[in-house]
Design a protein around this ligand. Structure first.
Ligand code: NAD
Length: 496
């Protein structure tokens, strides 16, 4: 094991110490039908963490069949909501008890700082509890007042639901995705990203341990064009959910369209932060620098375009430069690190490529970006970077998905709004001002699923989180409505 030099928790060492990390399908360890495998690596050191089955279409068939069998005959779908809730709470409790373990696995696999990875795991726990609790209080049967008829509607779970996830928040996103589906009585098949399969594998085993029936939570590991494609085009799924890039999202939606499978898409973003002239410059700079360097800028809803009022522009830039220069780039498992690696070499080249293209198109580099060196580590490191220029620039238009913010000036509120909305993306923006009336007015006119005021990246349960346009469709996640997405409504009518 290449991680031998690390100070691992004994349970993590034991977890990583097997030759093949097999996920559970139908409650049994699945090696993959043709025995093909792939490796997952630590992005900060390049060391191999584990070998994982590369599952075929046949394996995906088996996983969907297992989910269907569990739906039909394990009792999960018909269980009284409080009993199902009790099992989900047991899962949440057990995950909570293991936050340090799952957090360390996630930190190693995704290149996250350990406290951030632990925060993601805690968020998973809160999501499971939120939906498990809510599902117990919603009526499954409503009588309708219809003249001359006896009529009622029923809420029933759909059946097997498919999930494809990206690598940036692997465990947290699994929670956001599957919690409402499970609480409503569905079964799930999860395909984690090929860069970060380990926490999903761990979860599939833990689900069995806490007594969730076999086949309720199935995990298939593999690459996008094979395993992912087989899952998104599977006719046995009753619902599909995809989180990832708009390019792959389109393919997934097309595949689902062929089977008429309802699909939810959570895609990329090019969010803006509008900074008015009455802000506390130092404090706002701290929060935005913190946001763009958090998880090395690999956050779909990040503020990547900072639109700043002309009268404070230079002061604001100077403060951001001062703060960003102090961000310590390093190995994610080193306690002093403030910004770790990006997830893989492809992502590093993507970030560096955008810097090059942006500068070629006329953007000015306010802080020199580029590759970063971390002594003793051969991982995928880049420096945080600030660019400035016009919003026509490629670096201001396209999602970079790295620690790069693009600055531009505005003079009026109208102009700021036009600049925010001049994108096909529509995920999340923020507005910063001490005038809260102005903040609300601007927030309501930003064309996106989410508008934050004097904050960026806040996700309380109960507030829907999702995108419009190129950033997604289907109403988002994390709100009460999400639970209703996982029930189909059946009406029954009897003439009197
Ligand atoms: P990606 O689209 O490349 O991959 C996402 C997943 O899709 C992976 O599991 C991958 O294996 C799978 N996949 C790839 N090709 C496939 C195919 N042909 N058919 C089916 N599945 C396939 O995205 P990524 O690089 O992993 O993640 C980054 C993207 O995700 C960014 O655009 C980011 O903004 C977005 N994202 C969005 C949200 C959100 O909530 N809106 C959250 C996180 C990430």
């Amino acid at each position: 094991m290449a991680t031998a030099t690390l100070d691992l928790r004994p349970e993590v060492g034991k977890f990583l110490d097997s030759e093949l990390q097999q996920p559970l399908v139908g409650g049994k360890a699945a090696a993959g039908s043709d025995k093909a495998t792939f490796e997952t690596h630590d992005p900060g050191s390049g060391d191999k963490l584990a070998t994982v089955p590369h599952m075929t279409a046949k394996d995906v068939d088996a996983a969907v069949a297992a989910a269907q069998k569990a739906f039909d005959s394990s009792g999960w779908a018909t269980m009284p909501p409080n009993e199902r809730g009790a099992l989900l709470h047991r899962l949440a409790d057990e995950v909570e008890r293991r936050i340090p373990i799952i957090g360390q696995i996630e930190a190693l696999d995704a290149g996250k700082l350990e406290p951030h990875a632990q925060g993601d795991v805690a968020n998973f726990v809160a999501t499971i509890r939120y939906f498990a609790e809510m599902a117990q209080h919603i009526s499954r049967r409503n009588v309708l007042a219809v003249k001359g008829h006896e009529a009622w509607t029923m809420r029933q779970p759909w059946g097997p639901c498919g999930y494809i996830f990206p690598w940036n928040f692997p465990f947290l996103l699994i929670g956001w995705g599957i919690a409402p589906a499970l609480a409503a009585g569905n079964t799930v098949v999860i395909k984690p990203a090929e860069d970060t399969p380990l926490s999903a594998i761990y979860l599939s085993r833990l689900a069995k341990e806490v007594g969730i029936p076999d086949g309720v939570i199935n995990v298939v590991t593999g690459l996008g064009p094979t395993t992912g494609c087989a899952l998104s085009s599977h006719p046995g799924l009753r619902r599909m959910s995809f989180t990832g890039s708009p390019e792959v999202g389109r393919m997934v939606a097309e595949a689902c369209g062929k089977n008429l499978t309802p699909v939810k898409l959570e895609l990329g973003g090019k969010g803006a932060a509008v900074v008015f002239d009455d802000v506390n410059i130092q404090d706002t700079a701290t929060k935005l620098v913190g946001a763009i360097t958090f998880h090395t800028g690999q956050v779909c809803c990040d503020a990547t375009r900072w639109l700043v009022h002309k009268s404070i522009y230079q002061k604001f830039v100077d403060e951001c430069v001062k703060q960003m220069k102090n961000v310590k780039v390093g190995y994610q498992m080193d306690g002093n690190t403030q910004m770790g690696p990006v997830v893989n070499e492809k992502q590093r080249k993507r970030v560096l490529g955008y810097l090059e293209k942006g500068v070629k198109e006329g953007a000015k580099m306010i802080i020199e970006g580029g590759p970063a060196e971390v002594p003793g580590k051969t991982g995928h490191y880049v420096k945080p970077c600030l660019l400035e220029g016009t919003l026509e620039n490629v670096a201001a238009r396209e999602e970079i998905f790295g620690p790069v913010a693009y600055l531009a000036k505005f003079e009026s509120e109208d102009e700021a709004l036009k600049m925010v909305n001049c994108t096909d993306y529509g995920l999340a923006n923020s507005v910063w001002s001490t005038d809260l009336n102005r903040c609300s007015r601007v927030a309501e006119q930003m064309k996106a699923g989410n508008s934050w005021i004097n904050a960026h990246n806040v996700f309380p349960h109960g507030v829907p989180y999702g995108g419009i346009g190129k950033s997604g469709l289907g109403g988002g996640v994390n709100s009460p409505e999400t639970l209703f997405d996982y029930w189909r409504s059946v009406s029954c009518v009897r003439p009197l």
